[in-house]
Design a protein around this ligand. Structure first.
Ligand code: PLP
Length: 283
């Protein structure tokens, strides 16, 4: 299945489809040379984007933190709905992943961001992880966030993921599927996901902040779980909390919820109804 690419006019207006067989970015685009830009990954189900308002809000927040022009929410929502419908008309109602990207644009053309979206199928690896769960290695991020600098962009979902990808490569080279970042005994987040624990009627997640991206999937889960009578709270989470939990999940938009079956060398037994978290997320 070929991806579907739409190039958006950065200041509103038209959207045009771009052939995935043709090059798209210039050599001096900040996405390529600096990883200077922001992105969102959105789940598509049956030709409809999921959790769109939360993604729009975070995309605007991320762009603003980087001093990029604020994306026009109507423009992005319309382009995404069009792309999702076209994807469903071509490939049916299965799930797909949509990525929005806004980079600072070409060095030779200041102040004009590059803006595009891509819809593509979920990978085989994601489908396997849904079925089997994931083995997770924990470790420090490798840098310490002390007092944020005045120019800090923490909280933005930026294109600069090389550090997280390095952590994933390291984990995979040692037979694991994923990584949870820790700070001493405190657990923070996955390399590309939010941590969720279930214990009795309690659902917990580490408090978002400088070292924990505020996840749109976790926010949707908490909204629905609260409505269904669960006790949900964002609070500092520790290694021991993962070992004591009935279930530990990694959640993110395109991957949904995958169950952690092993934490470092310890197999994690899961107790209780294993469908709850996925049912609350609508899958
Ligand atoms: N934390 C990090 C570092 C991420 O990269 C992601 C998703 O890409 C998440 C958390 C989960 O965010 P969301 O649920 O909005 O996809």
């Amino acid at each position: 299945m070929s991806p579907l690419i739409y190039i958006l006019e950065p200041f509103g207006g038209s959207t045009r489809e771009h052939s995935p067989a043709l090059p798209m970015l210039f050599w001096d685009d900040a996405a390529v040379t600096r990883g200077d830009g922001v992105f969102e990954s959105i789940r598509i189900v049956a030709g409809t984007p999921v959790n769109l308002d939360r993604h729009l809000a975070r995309f605007i927040r991320s762009a603003t933190l980087l001093g990029l022009p604020a994306p026009n929410p109507d423009h992005w929502a319309t382009a995404t709905r069009e792309a999702a419908e076209k994807w469903a008309s071509l490939h049916g109602d299965g799930e797909a992943a949509c990525t929005w990207t806004m980079s600072r644009g070409r060095a030779s053309r200041p102040d004009i961001p590059s803006t595009w979206l891509v819809v593509k199928p979920l990978s085989e690896e994601i489908l396997r992880q849904h079925a089997e769960g994931v083995k997770v290695l924990t470790g420090p991020r490798g840098y310490q966030l002390t007092k944020p600098a005045p120019w800090s962009i923490t909280g933005a979902k930026t294109l600069a993921y090389a550090e997280n990808m390095a952590a994933l490569r390291y984990a995979r080279s040692r037979g694991f599927d994923d990584v949870i970042f820790t700070d001493g005994e405190q657990v923070l987040e996955g390399a590309t996901s939010t941590i969720i624990t279930v214990r009795g009627n309690k659902i917990r997640t580490p408090q978002p902040g400088a070292e924990v991206l505020a996840g749109t999937t976790q926010a949707l889960l908490f909204k629905r779980a609260l409505k269904a009578g669960w006790n949900c709270r964002e609070k500092p989470m520790y290694y021991g909390d993962l070992l004591k939990a009935d279930q530990v999940w990694l959640v993110s938009s395109t991957r949904g919820a995958v169950r952690v079956t092993q934490l470092d060398d310890a197999p994690l037994k899961s107790r209780g109804d294993l469908d709850t978290v996925r049912e609350l997320l609508g899958r």
